[in-house]
Design a binder for this molecule. Sequence first.
Ligand code: 5GP
Length: 189
Amino acid sequence: MPRGAQRPTLTVLSGPSGVGKSTVVRELRKKHAELWVSVSATTRFPRPGEVEGVHYHFVSEQRFDELIASGGLLEWAEFTGHRYGTPREPVLERLAAGIPVLLEIELHGARQVRAAMSEAQLVFLAPPSWDELVRRLTGRGTEPQEVVDRRLATAREEMAAESEFDVVLINTSVQEVVARLLALMAIST
Ligand code: 5GP
């Protein structure tokens, strides 16, 4: 397809915590350099193996306040006590250059992107079943019940939003989800 024949795609991948969004994004990044994955700013601390500027921009509460005040974020939300947001400029630059952009964000952020950019396609990654999601979220069972309950309540709210999305992909196989996403972004495999 000739360059410019199709509008550059902005795709938002969302879905409940624990469904496997980051595994899908890791696979996409590994194999498809022609796709650009936005690097979010967050106030949470890095986990082992996470690299500044690759997985996140790890910023202070004050810096996050500044980003909001200056309009530097396309969207932002609070999730489990920390703030996460998509830096606006890098996304707009890539889209202007015709590069497909992927955002991996939670529900409230996805709604803000929909409101700000009507051309965005919103993809919901769903678990094979509710029981499977509960299994993934309760994990090793070493956490306080209160923490687990809060996580499940959030997941229930997130699952209820499925119908707001343009496309629903069920995460039965990472490779299949990756292939479907590439097709949605008009990237050949
Ligand atoms: P984690 O702390 O596990 O990396 O991410 C927690 C949640 O925050 C995930 O659901 C992830 O999709 C979401 N998230 C990551 N970056 C952003 C962002 O820039 N904006 C929003 N709204 N959510 C984000």
